[in-house]
Write a protein that binds this ligand. Sequence first.
Ligand code: ATP
Ligand code: MG
Length: 412
Amino acid sequence: MRQSHLFTKTRREAPKDEVAKNAQLLIRAGFVHKEMAGVYSYLPLGLRTLTKIETIIREEMDGIGGQEIQMATLHPSEPWKKTGAWDNVVVLFKIQSRTEKEYALGQSEEEIVAPLVGDYALSYKDLPLSVYQIGQKYRDELRAKSGIMRGREFGMKDMYSFHIDQEDFDRFYAIAKEAYLRIFSRCGLTARVTEASGGAFTEKLSYEFMVLTDAGEDDILYCSDCTHCANVEVATQKEGDVCGKCSKGTLAIAKASEVGNVFDLGQKYPRELGYSYKDKDGNEQLPIMGCYGIGTTRLMGTIVETLSDDKGMIWPESVAPFTFHLISMSSNDAEAVAFADALYADLTKKGATVLYDDRDMRAGEKLNDSDLMGIPTRLIVGKETIKSGEVEVVSRASGEVKKMTREAVLAL
Ligand code: ATP
Ligand code: MG
């Protein structure tokens, strides 16, 4: 994409009321636009990154047999009233129609998915199964000061699985946990798994996937040696103790961001919403249900928080909006421009994603914008570099600079 065509512009300042680093950088770089506290629109660069994150998640969910669907986000009030969530879930947005009917906006979709699956999977032969979706969620959060990491409208991947017994549920739970760890590592993050009680959902075991960052809202106790960690609220050990899991490292407290979680929901939703299947003997049984969430927009914010420096963002290639940022440094020099145009055409032709800064602007400003946007590999073409037929290749992450021929760049 030619940067001269990109309708967004970088900004020197983020809005004054925006305190979170992730939102400050994303807004300044033109990745997102703030509509109000906790509500953001995604612009071309930000949407490309969010889509890449979603693609990684989709591949991993498909890989464990998840079937993608898209459920409604405007919900009837009845199932929410049946489970008690209409009154108990304080973040639920409730909408009053002019016809006096009431609706809910999806904040999670157990209430919709259990009856939906229950319309089809009526025999033990239809189970196990898992469905997932990637889309918007709405929550009336009190505090929305963490930028895109805590929104009132935000992106989530939510998967739900249904099983005939606990053993089969446990089998799938372990597989899903592994898929989650792959997702976070493919996004360039190290996630630790905590064991926590299921909170409002269930008394059963749940796992939270935590990434250490000062921008997180959770306090966790983590081990210096192994991947063990626990939420401070439920931990039985304290800071400075020797880790109970590996008996080697010591425990320290840090802030972390919960990028995902998995819950054993037991039979609560099938029971309350009337979903049963017929077992081998023709008796009606309640399936065991699990739910598996990942905050897609929180994940994007967490990547910005953990991978950035004082100049801007540093995207791992797996989720970067583009792989290459080609910068034409001498926009008045016809020969240098022709060289850059040709390189852009050739890279694009071979399938590489390139943001081509072809704007007529000072070189220093272009480099500052490039640092802010954080595209992994910068290709600098100028009057000086083309004399030797070379391109300057700069890594945003390490700052390493290499001189390469056009041919070598095309082989990258
Ligand atoms: P938290 O404790 O941070 O409020 P939660 O326990 O309410 O999270 P879930 O209801 O299980 O979270 O939602 C699944 C995932 O969605 C979370 O792990 C988190 O990554 C993400 N998430 C939850 N609330 C928000 C929000 N307001 N904005 C952005 N992402 C969110
Ligand atoms: Mg919450």
